[in-house]
Design a protein. Structure first.
Length: 99
């Protein structure tokens, strides 16, 4: 029973870490791609069009905010799941041991 609990906990932690890493990678990729797009536009246009740059910056900020919000939500959900699973497992142990 204890081994099962430890396995569950480890799996949950691994999943959390993987999710966080994936989100971080996605954020980095998005930022790199957007920078490349800005550079490409500047190179193609040969002159900086203020409106385009402003639009791109706004989109950037929006994307970053959305991604950060997603990360926070994922972390909160994962933590909640871990806590619930842990509590349930502890209750199960207590019930099994007592009964």
């Amino acid at each position: 029973m204890v081994v099962l609990i430890i396995v569950v906990e480890v799996v949950v932690v691994v999943v959390v870490v993987v999710v966080v890493v994936v989100v971080v990678v996605v954020v980095v990729v998005v930022v790199i791609v957007s920078v490349l797009v800005i550079a490409l536009i500047v190179v193609l246009v040969r002159k900086v069009v203020v409106v385009e740059v402003v639009v791109i910056v706004v989109v950037e900020v929006f994307v970053v905010v959305v991604l950060i919000t997603m990360i926070l939500l994922i972390i909160v959900v994962v933590v909640a799941v871990v806590v619930v699973v842990t509590v349930v497992v502890i209750v199960l142990i207590v019930v099994v041991v007592v009964v």
